[in-house]
Design a protein around this ligand. Structure first.
Ligand code: AMP
Ligand code: ZN
Length: 431
């Protein structure tokens, strides 16, 4: 059961289509100020791209390039042809802007509809979008996709959990788009308010926008009784709809008719060996307003080997383990926040929120993990709490190879955000 004939393309067809679209994309891109300059600097003309291997002759595009091109240096068509812009959620410095033509919005929506259909959503499903609207692409991006598929879309937006739950109940919502940290928060909210999350009747959750572990997925599926599908995207590549899990739930199919993907070693910038983890690099193949070539996403993942049982031949991405800039180095050991999450979410005593703090003790970097504990385990017996703290510290040490300080806190004690969660606070500079 496919939504779009493009889903069934063979490897050979995918390559043929990618080459013709890459050539068109290079021609379009050369009309923007950024690529006109980059091509000139590299002595490259769009017509020099004759094979897919020629992709490697094209220079990379970085977030910095996008910032320096603010506000419209990547536009490949006159502004009158644009119908929408999104500004990225970046917290520091100049934001990055992505413009879309009507055609761009059209294919973005159909990609998102394709993803939704792949998870089992169908016309007649009632879809509630629990992420913020506005500039965040997970709002309008998912919304347009759901409407395109023929679902009833409820643009609830972020926060206001009581109202979220009321709408889910009153309109018999069957599918949700939700950020993992917010899904955990709702689970906690339900527990505190005597609501059985399974009674909500949600079948499908599209869960993404920030990294989460397999352990978090199992936890959410167990609590809500829905199937949680991993959803990957980034504003520079539209937003949601870049890669998505099928019903096999084993890796996310990246739509190769719309994006050309590479995985590179972030140091050498060479492709990694097949199946190795590296930085994902993406090229838009359908965008007309603002094509982007070889964008360094900073997201770390790998191509999963072998075919998918669903029959689709579009390459699958492994769960994003983090961003290359998320790396924490403590006492010379490399740690990704996702490793900490995996350990915590597998422990039944641990509640739905945690925070990693980096601080300095004299000249030495230290790591502290604040962990919310479920109410039934937050007892007054000091010995029991100390034993639990020790257990968590040991489990974390086994995974990350340094022993963190562990603070146990009551549920709801840690700050929560309405959008993407901030899991790491670095206090080393301030001290
Ligand atoms: P933005 O475009 O600013 O909303 O953020 C896009 C970034 O969110 C990506 O580059 C990833 O770092 C992160 N992201 C989005 N979806 C996922 C996902 N399913 N798993 C892990 N990280 C994700
Ligand atoms: Zn599949």
């Amino acid at each position: 059961m496919y939504y779009d004939p493009a889903e069934t393309l063979s490897r050979e067809d995918i390559s043929r289509l990618q080459l013709s679209r890459l050539r068109t994309t290079c021609e379009r891109a050369a009309r923007s100020r950024l690529y006109a300059r980059k091509f000139a600097e590299h002595g490259l003309r769009p017509e020099d791209v004759r094979t897919l291997d020629d992709l490697r002759r094209i220079p990379f595009t970085t977030k910095q390039d996008l910032r320096e091109s603010y506000p419209d240096g990547l536009n490949a068509v006159p502004q009158e042809k644009m119908v929408r812009l999104h500004v990225s959620s970046g917290t520091t410095g100049t934001p990055t802007v992505v413009y879309h033509t009507a055609g761009d919005i059209c294919w973005w929506s159909s990609l998102v509809a394709r993803c939704m259909h792949m998870t089992g959503m169908r016309p007649g499903d009632v879809f509630q979008n629990t992420t913020s609207y506005g500039l965040f692409t997970g709002g309008l991006g998912m919304h347009y996709g759901a409407e395109r598929l023929g679902c009833l879309a409820i643009p609830m937006g972020a926060g206001n959990t009581q109202r979220q739950l009321k709408l889910i109940q009153d309109f018999k919502v069957t599918a949700l788009h939700i950020i993992p940290s917010y899904a955990l928060y709702i689970a906690n909210f339900c527990a505190l308010n005597g609501i059985d999350p399974k009674s909500l009747g949600v079948r499908i959750a599209l869960v993404g926008a920030e990294p989460y572990s397999e352990q978090t997925r199992s936890r959410l599926e167990g609590i809500f009784g829905f199937k949680a599908f991993n959803s990957y995207g980034l504003s520079e590549m539209n937003g949601p709809g870049v890669a998505f899990e099928c019903q096999e739930q084993s890796g996310m199919h990246l739509w190769e008719d719309a994006y050309l993907a590479e995985v590179i070693d972030p140091q050498t910038l060479e492709p990694v060996k097949p199946g190795e983890v590296g930085e994902l690099v993406l090229t838009t193949l359908c965008r007309e307003g603002m094509p982007i070539l070889r964008y360094r996403t900073r997201d770390l993942t790998r191509f999963l080997p072998g075919p998918c049982a669903c029959g689709r031949e579009h390459v699958r991405l492994d769960r994003i383990t983090g961003r290359s800039d998320d790396l924490i180095i403590i006492k010379g050991v490399n740690i990704y926040p996702m490793q900490i999450e995996q350990v915590l979410m597998a422990l039944p005593e641990v509640g739905q929120n945690y925070l990693i703090e980096l601080y300095r003790e004299g000249p030495i970097d230290q790591i502290r993990v604040k962990v919310e504990i479920k109410e039934e385990f937050f007892v007054e017996d000091m010995r029991a709490l100390n034993a639990l703290r020790q257990k968590i510290a040991n489990k974390l040490r086994d995974e990350i190879l340094v022993t963190p300080k562990v603070d146990l806190v009551e549920h709801n004690a840690l700050p929560k955000s309405e959008g993407k969660a901030q899991r790491v606070v670095d206090m080393r500079e301030a001290e």
